[in-house]
Write a protein that binds this ligand. Structure first.
Ligand SMILES: NC(=O)c1ccc[n+]([C@@H]2O[C@H](COP(=O)([O-])OP(=O)(O)OC[C@H]3O[C@@H](n4cnc5c(N)ncnc54)[C@H](OP(=O)(O)O)[C@@H]3O)[C@@H](O)[C@H]2O)c1
Length: 328
């Protein structure tokens, strides 16, 4: 039976989601690709941490074990932060393996360099999970680009901010109360500063800019405002006038054909596609030359939505590479 061997870097929310889906959908993946996908090795930081039971798979805290394993075809990356993730993925590409990442912080900064490196080494990169979790925005924009030109992308790209704004509007909660509730429900990180300051949405916007426009604006020139200074009475007053605050990341091409972006709270009227996007959902509007405007909505985070975006990347890579993936 032909099989593809994969490694998973990181076994937290996302890494575990990838592992679970690979086990639960083993037969479906085989039916759809013709390959059995085997998890060969998992990289973690702390081998002694208590985790779900995993049988017959090597758990390591040494990345060299993955790099030195000649059987690995594809590496999933779901660790946190720019380094060592960037170095690990550069080494993985150099070795000739395909990579699939969820790490938006790393990919916003180093995605362009990784893409060039991957092209040079003739391997593929899946990064659907870096933007809007389970919403298939990377695939959608990629498909649109084959016969059309993207002019603008607007997104609610941070589910935590949207949850907080929704709670402040609906229940009159203060920012602190709504943030506490987001943390209690597991939507916000223990350190939520990247979410509420707008930096998380900014990084996702930069990934979309690279994809849609082939370049990112100068990061210093993009105004980034979070939701952390928005008074709750402004949110409830706006709601009385049938307006809602959404945290919107916006990127477009100016008259010179250069990308310009903004990230911050915006007042949205009842006719706008973002008006009804409540809670932790994400939404993205893509405007193109020929299609006009298209809105995609869905869960922006979580074990299964994010894991399933990475599995969709896996299936895409297998189908594209079927001729060159040598069955083990
Ligand atoms: N959570 C989501 O819904 C979501 C959605 C989209 C994208 N993402 C992105 O996906 C990535 C993973 O997120 P997560 O929520 O799964 O994080 P998490 O639950 O904190 O898990 C992180 C995992 O990475 C491992 N790790 C951290 N640093 C490492 C290092 N230096 N070497 C080896 N392993 C290391 C940790 O090992 P230990 O288990 O030993 O601590 C842990 O297993 C992040 O980049 C995040 O931004 C997350």
């Amino acid at each position: 039976m032909p099989s593809i061997k994969v490694a998973i870097l990181g076994f937290g929310t996302v890494g575990e989601g990838v592992y679970r889906i690979l086990q639960e959908k083993r037969d479906e993946i085989k039916k759809s690709t013709g390959f059995t996908v085997e998890v060969e090795i998992i990289l973690v930081k702390d081998k002694n941490k208590k985790r779900m039971p995993i049988k017959g798979i090597q758990i390591t805290d040494n990345f060299q074990d993955i790099l030195n394993n000649p059987e690995i075809d594809i590496v999933f990356e779901a660790i946190v932060g720019e380094e060592p993730a960037y170095t690990y993925l550069s080494d993985t590409i150099e070795k000739g393996c395909h990579i699939i990442t969820a790490n938006k912080k790393m990919f916003a900064e180093h995605g362009p360099a990784l893409m060039k490196h991957a092209e040079f080494r003739n391997v593929q990169i899946g990064y659907e999970a870096t933007v809007a979790g389970g919403v298939p925005i990377i695939r959608t924009v990629t498909n649109l680009l084959s016969g059309d030109q993207v002019k603008r992308i607007q997104g609610i790209l941070n589910g935590t901010s949207n949850f907080i704004l929704t709670k402040m509007r609906k229940e009159g909660s203060s920012f602190k109360e709504a943030l506490f509730e987001a943390q209690r429900k597991g939507f916000a990180e223990a350190d939520p500063s990247d979410d509420v300051s707008g930096m998380d949405a900014f990084r996702k916007l930069m990934i979309l800019s690279s994809l849609a426009f082939g370049e990112q604006p100068d990061w210093d020139e993009v105004p980034v405002v979070g939701i952390d200074h928005l008074p709750s009475n402004e949110i409830t007053d706006a709601a009385k006038e049938d307006y809602r605050y959404r945290h919107v990341a916006d990127i477009w091409l100016d008259e010179k054909g250069e990308p310009q972006g903004t990230v911050g709270p915006a007042l949205i009227g009842a006719n706008h596609p973002f008006f009804n996007i409540d809670g932790v959902d994400n939404a993205v509007i893509v405007e193109t030359e020929y299609l006009g405007s298209l809105t995609v909505v869905g869960p922006g985070a979580g074990m299964y939505p994010t894991g399933s975006a990475m599995i969709a990347d896996l299936i895409h890579i297998i189908r594209q590479q079927e001729a060159v993936l040598i069955p083990n």
